[in-house]
Design a protein around this ligand. Structure first.
Ligand SMILES: Nc1nc2c(ncn2[C@@H]2O[C@H](COP(=O)(O)OP(=O)(O)OP(=O)(O)O)[C@@H](O)[C@H]2O)c(=O)[nH]1
Ligand SMILES: [Mg+2]
Length: 454
C-alpha cells in the first residue's frame, strides 16, 4: 500500500439532502469505524456489510443515526480500507461526524484524492480515473455512455493491445542494435506495426467527434432584429429562457444556454439583432453579437422567412462568411416569402439551409440533427470506440507520428537504433494516456479538477 495516512471527506454535495456520506480511506479506516460508531448489533466489521448504529461523540453523546459500510482493501475503490458512513443529509450531523473522523486520526482529503489513490494503487488507470469525472459531468446520454465505456476499461483495453503490438518490434530492433551488421527482418516487423497503425488510426478517426461529444461546441444565433432568434433559442431549449416580443431589438445582450442536440451539448448563444443603430446599449449589443459570431464553432444565420430577403440580411450574411454557417428561414407557419438563393449561393462556408417554425415546432428536430452532424465534422457518429478527451487525442497523435516514422524507417532501412527511438516514443505516448508514463505535474493537474470526496 502506498499511503500511510488516512483521508476523509464529505462524498456527497454540501447542503441539505436525504442522506449525506462521509468517506474515509486508508489504514485507519477500521479503527475509525470502531471508535466512532456504535453498531446496534454486536459483532465485528465485515467487508461489504452494511451496519446500522449511531455515531457517538467523545462524551458518548449521539451525533447521528447512521448506516455504515466497511470495505476491506484491496477490493475497494481506492484499494485501501474504506469506511463509508451514511448520515442524515444535514450540515450539522455531517460536519460533526467528519470532525470526529479527523479527531480519530484521518486528515481532510484533497480534491480528487480518493481517485488519485485508486490510480496509484493500481485499481484503475488514468483513463478510467478521468472517465469517472466524465461520468459525473456528462451532459448528454451519449456523453454518459462513452464515459461509462471508458470507465469499464474499453479504451484501456485498446491501448493495451496497441502497446503489445509495438512491444515485440521494439524488443526485436533493440536486440539488433547490438548486431548492427545483421539484416533487419523488415517484413516480419511491418505486420504488427501496421496492425497497430490501423487500430491507432481508427481511434484517431473518431477522436474529433468524441471530443465534441464530451466538450460540446458553440453555436451562435445571428440575424436581423425580429428574425426569430430568441424564439428559436427557446424552442431548442424547450423553455422560455429568452424574452420574445414583436418589438425589434428585444434582445440586448448575448445569452448562453446549453441544449442537447443529437447527443451533443451545444452552447446556444442568442444575440442582439444586428442593425445600424444610434442607441448606445443596442450598439454594444451588436458588438457582442459580432464577437459571439467570431468565436462560434457554427453560425446559425436566421432570416425572417415571412418577408422578402433584404439587403440587411445579405450584409449580415457577409459577416458570417468566415465561419461554417447553417441558414435558417424562420416563421415557416407564415409562408415562405424569402428567396434565399442570393444568400446561399454566395456563402463560402454554407453547411445547409432549412425552413423552420419555432411557433409550430416544425423543422426543429431536423435542425438539431443538422447542427449535430456539422459539429461532428459532417459525418454520422462513428460507431467505433470514441476517444473523448483532448489530452488522449493529443497523445494518440504523437504516438501515431512516431509510429509512422518507425514504419517508414524500416522501409527505408534506417539504422535500428533510430527505429527503436521512434517505437519507444510511440509506446511512451500511449503510456501517458493510461498513466504508465506520466509526469507528476500532469497527475496533479488532472486530479485537482475532481471535487473533494471523489
Ligand atoms: N408566426 C411566427 N412568429 C414568430 C416565430 N418565431 C418568432 N416569431 C415572432 O417574431 C417576433 C420576434 O421574435 P424574437 O424571437 O423576439 O426575434 P429576435 O430575432 O430574437 O429579435 P431581437 O431580439 O429583437 O433581435 C415575435 O413577435 C415572435 O413571436 C414563428 O416561428 N412563427
Ligand atoms: Mg431576441
Amino acid at each position: 500500500m502506498l499511503y500511510a495516512d488516512t483521508i476523509a471527506a464529505l462524498a456527497t454535495p454540501p447542503g441539505v439532502g436525504g442522506v449525506g456520506i462521509i468517506r474515509v480511506s486508508g489504514p485507519q479506516s477500521l479503527a475509525i469505524a470502531q471508535a466512532l460508531i456504535k453498531p446496534r448489533r454486536k459483532g465485528v466489521w465485515r467487508s461489504y456489510q452494511m451496519r446500522y448504529g449511531h455515531v457517538l461523540d467523545e462524551h458518548g453523546q449521539i451525533v447521528d443515526e447512521v448506516l455504515a459500510v466497511f470495505f476491506k482493501g484491496p477490493r475497494s475503490f481506492t484499494g485501501e480500507d474504506i469506511l463509508e458512513i451514511h448520515c442524515h443529509g444535514g450540515p450539522l450531523p455531517l460536519r460533526r461526524t467528519l470532525t470526529l473522523a479527523l479527531a480519530h486520526g484521518a486528515r481532510l482529503a484533497n480534491p480528487g484524492e480518493f481517485s488519485l489513490r485508486a490510480f496509484a494503487n493500481g485499481r484503475i488507470d488514468l483513463v478510467q480515473a478521468e472517465a469517472t469525472l466524465d461520468v459525473i459531468e456528462a451532459q448528454t446520454n451519449l456523453g454518459l455512455s462513452l464515459a461509462l465505456d471508458q470507465l469499464g476499461g474499453g479504451l484501456s483495453r485498446d491501448l493495451r493491445t496497441l502497446r503489445e503490438q509495438l512491444m515485440y518490434p521494439l524488443a526485436y530492433v533493440t536486440a539488433l542494435t547490438d548486431f548492427p551488421e545483421d539484416d533487419v527482418p523488415s517484413e516480419e516487423l511491418q505486420q504488427p506495426l501496421q496492425q497497430a497503425q490501423s487500430l491507432l488510426s481508427q481511434l484517431l478517426a473518431g477522436a474529433d467527434q468524441g471530443v465534441v461529444v464530451r466538450e460540446g461546441a458553440r453555436a451562435a444565433l445571428v440575424g436581423r432584429p425580429n428574425a426569430g432568434k430568441s424564439s428559436l433559442m427557446n424552442a431548442l431549449l424547450r423553455t422560455e429562457r429568452a424574452i420574445v416580443t414583436a418589438i425589434p431589438g428585444t434582445t440586448r445582450d448575448t445569452l448562453e444556454e446549453t441544449a442537447n442536440l443529437g447527443g451533443i451539448p451545444v452552447v446556444l448563444i442568442d444575440t442582439a439583432g444586428i442593425t445600424e443603430t444610434d442607441d448606445v446599449v443596442e450598439r454594444i449589443g451588436v458588438e457582442r453579437s459580432r464577437a459571439a459570431l467570431s468565436k462560434a464553432d457554427l453560425v446559425l444565420l436566421l432570416i425572417d422567412g415571412s418577408q422578402p430577403l433584404s439587403p440587411e440580411d445579405l450584409a449580415i450574411a457577409q459577416l458570417t462568411h468566415e465561419r461554417p454557417t447553417i441558414v435558417i428561414a424562420t416563421k415557416a407557419d407564415l409562408g415562405q416569402h424569402a428567396d434565399l438563393t442570393a444568400l446561399t449561393q454566395t456563402h463560402p462556408k454554407l453547411r445547409g439551409s432549412i425552413a423552420i417554425s419555432s411557433q409550430a415546432g416544425t423543422g426543429l428536430d431536423y435542425l438539431g440533427t443538422m447542427v449535430a452532424e456539422q459539429l461532428l465534422g459532417g459525418l454520422p457518429l462513428s460507431d467505433a470506440r470514441l476517444v473523448t478527451n483532448p489530452r488522449h487525442r493529443e497523445a494518440l497523435r504523437r504516438a501515431n507520428a512516431a509510429l509512422e516514422q518507425a514504419i517508414q524507417g524500416l522501409r527505408e532501412g534506417r539504422p535500428v537504433d533510430l527505429i527503436a527511438i521512434d517505437l519507444h516514443e510511440a509506446i511512451a505516448s500511449l503510456g501517458e494516456i493510461t498513466g504508465e508514463t506520466v509526469e507528476h505535474d500532469l497527475l496533479n493537474m488532472i486530479f485537482s479538477r475532481f471535487c473533494i470526496g471523489k
